[in-house]
Design a protein around this ligand. Structure first.
Ligand code: HEM
Length: 160
């Protein structure tokens, strides 16, 4: 930790972290098993292209992004620069997998190849809202450390 006393680590923290990882990995494994065993698997150049969507969304937006949010708590006594880099990398992986990579592209591309309409469901519009809010959240003006320096209030925040 830079410029201050080490933050006290709650005794149960390692157990909470282990439990969260177990839950996350179970979720990813169960999604993969569901797609593999009951939905025919995943392949880019076939009808199975759609199946990349649920798996990549779960890996990117739930598992990786969830872990990106936990980094500052889990590594609370590491150098802030290190945790920032890890936090940023996890967000980049999450975005690549969920958005620019297979996640969202898979479903739009699949709909296009099949001649299906886009954005016809509440799910799809909620999904678009998720991405809009994600980008608002990571925009420089909302992300301490990416935007211009701001005055510290109350001794500085966790993320500053
Ligand atoms: C945070 C996670 C998710 C986001 C942001 C998201 C976003 C989206 C978006 C934007 C579409 C519209 C694509 C189009 O109109 O061409 C879509 C379609 C779809 N998604 Fe997801 N999705 C997520 C997770 C999931 C999961 C986990 C499943 C399945 C278990 C799923 C199943 C579907 C299905 C069946 C469609 C096509 C029908 C429809 O448009 O509703 N999605 N998703």
């Amino acid at each position: 930790m830079e410029g201050g006393a080490a933050a006290a680590t709650p005794t149960a923290l390692p157990y909470y972290v282990a439990f969260s990882q177990l839950l996350g990995l179970t979720l990813v494994a169960m999604t993969g098993a569901w797609l593999g065993l009951y939905r025919g698997g995943i392949a880019w150049e076939s009808d199975l292209q759609f199946n990349a969507h649920p798996l990549c969304m779960v890996i990117g937006l739930i598992f990786l992004q969830g872990n990106a949010l936990l980094v500052y708590r889990v590594f609370r006594n590491e150098a802030k620069r290190t945790t920032k880099v890890l936090h940023g990398l996890l967000h980049i992986f999450a975005l690549v997998i969920a958005l620019v990579g297979p996640g969202l592209v898979a479903v739009f591309d699949y709909h296009r190849k099949k001649g299906y309409a886009d954005l016809y469901s509440l799910h799809s519009w909620c999904g678009i809202l998720v991405f809009v809010l994600y980008f608002v959240q990571v925009s420089p003006s909302n992300t301490p450390g990416l935007g211009p320096p701001t005055r510290e209030v109350g001794g500085g925040g966790e993320l500053g």
